[in-house]
Design a protein around this ligand. Structure first.
Ligand SMILES: C[S@@+](CC[C@H](N)C(=O)[O-])C[C@H]1O[C@@H](n2cnc3c(N)ncnc32)[C@H](O)[C@@H]1O
Length: 299
């Protein structure tokens, strides 16, 4: 974009907020787009940042994948707001996500939590409004939880974040949310563990040849069991499939992987909905762990 725009000063993991924004905007400009996101297009145009040099684009897959993951999250938000129109959507690691403009119902509350440098940029581009609040702190610091109104229903969304944490940090955060937000829902995304390992080893590059930040956590069936057992108040676990895309990878390969027994344990991206029960002790005074009810994808 032009040199008159806002110049972001983000590095490391914070810079990835620009990556997802750019991919959504790129996809939303296509005539055969898989998402509508005019606000993302507007933001990219408002930023003085060398998107193409930093991230590049492969016309086939990257933006398409981002759009499909975004659609799963948007569908989950709409579904939650249909059941609880005045509920709160809490986006952990919200970055420059423009979901409010895609999925808001005119009544919900929205909270976005991110690191101070990202929230500072977001405040300049997308200021707070009566129904949208920004919280500048690490999600690993439980202070953000005090900002959530527990008298309303709560949906927490976590897209593109957990992989930058250590496994113990992910487990602790999920358990803390299960304890603190009875009745809430959390939808989180994770790369497969094998993919996360490749990224950590520097074996994955952007199409521009730059290295994404290292990732420390990812999913596989064993890790899925660990997350389910992270807290007794995790009472339901649902695996959410990606909708089919248009290209070879997202249109054919990944749908095949998703429906093929055993092979699907190696799918590159996992999106999961956790439901927390109403009783943070899980019905057991000593917080004895119990197996939550596991449901297959219900959509
Ligand atoms: C890949 S971006 C995803 C942004 C947004 N969820 C989206 O999908 O467009 C990762 C985001 O997580 C944020 N992040 C990383 N570590 C964080 C932490 N400890 N606490 C809060 N946010 C964090 C980054 O600043 C960045 O905005």
């Amino acid at each position: 974009m032009g040199p008159q725009g806002t110049r972001p000063h983000l590095g490391g993991v914070s810079e990835t907020a620009l990556w997802t924004l750019y991919m959504r905007a790129h996809e939303a400009r296509r005539p055969d787009r898989l998402i509508e996101d005019p606000k993302a297009i507007e933001l990219v145009a408002a930023l003085d940042y060398p998107f193409l040099e930093r991230f590049g684009l492969d016309e086939q897959d990257i933006a398409e994948g981002e759009a499909l993951r975004t659609r799963v999250f948007d569908d989950e938000v709409r579904r939650f707001l249909r059941g609880d129109p005045e509920g709160t959507v809490v986006t952990l690691g919200g970055g420059l996500e423009t979901q409010f403009w895609r999925a808001d119902n005119g009544r919900a509350r929205w909270i976005s939590v991110d690191l101070p440098e990202v929230v500072g940029l977001r405040r300049r581009l997308l200021p707070e409004s009566p129904r949208q609040r920004l919280v500048a702190c690490s999600v690993l610091d439980d202070r953000w939880m005090d900002e959530v109104d527990l008298t309303r229903g709560v949906l927490m969304t976590v897209k593109g974040l957990f992989q930058y944490f250590q496994p113990a940090e992910v487990h602790r955060l999920v358990a803390a949310c299960a304890e603190r937000f009875p009745g809430a829902v959390m939808v989180f995304e994770a790369p497969a563990r094998w993919l996360s390992t490749r990224m950590r080893q520097g074996r994955v590059r952007t199409p521009a040849g730059t290295a994404p930040p290292p990732t420390y956590w990812g999913m596989d069936p064993r890790e899925a069991r660990r997350i389910r057992g992270a807290h007794p108040n995790i009472v339901e676990w649902t695996d959410l499939p990606l909708p089919p895309g248009r290209g070879r990878v997202y249109g054919r390969q990944l749908p095949w992987i998703a429906r093929t027994p055993v092979v699907r344990n190696w799918k590159p991206v996992w999106i999961t909905r956790l439901r927390f029960g109403d009783d943070p002790s899980g019905g057991s005074p000593g917080h004895t762990r119990h197996e939550p009810r596991v449901r297959p994808a219900d959509r």
